[in-house]
Design a protein around this ligand. Sequence first.
Ligand SMILES: [Zn+2]
Length: 140
Amino acid sequence: MSDATPAVQRPAPHGSRDSAFFWEGCRRGVLMGQRCADCGAWRHPPRPMCPHCQSVEREEVELSGRATLYSWAKPVHPPLPMFEPGYLIALVDLEEGQRMLSNLCDVSPEAIEIGMPLEVFFVETAEGGAVHQFRPRQAS
Ligand SMILES: [Zn+2]
């Protein structure tokens, strides 16, 4: 074990055949989305059939990684050994329109504002995986 290994390592995501592209994107540092190839509606979480037009045609698209905060929560109990205490759960609205569940990082609860601009980043997990996280967007 190297010094760079965190004391708590998150478990690897285990997705389905439909979401494999999403988790592979996380390992490459790219947020991916699934879109209906017939009507263009976004599907999140990824699934076999479009809920709008029932098409099974789909395309996998790179997303901007930009989002705004829709809601958040700070779990208190029970503590989970695979998460550092004090983590925040966030629901974010992606720039492309999907709402996504993730974690909110690099911000104290006192500084959080609903609607604040966020950006995605990725953290490694066990088994060589990666998961998406969000943090306040840096001014560019
Ligand atoms: Zn559709």
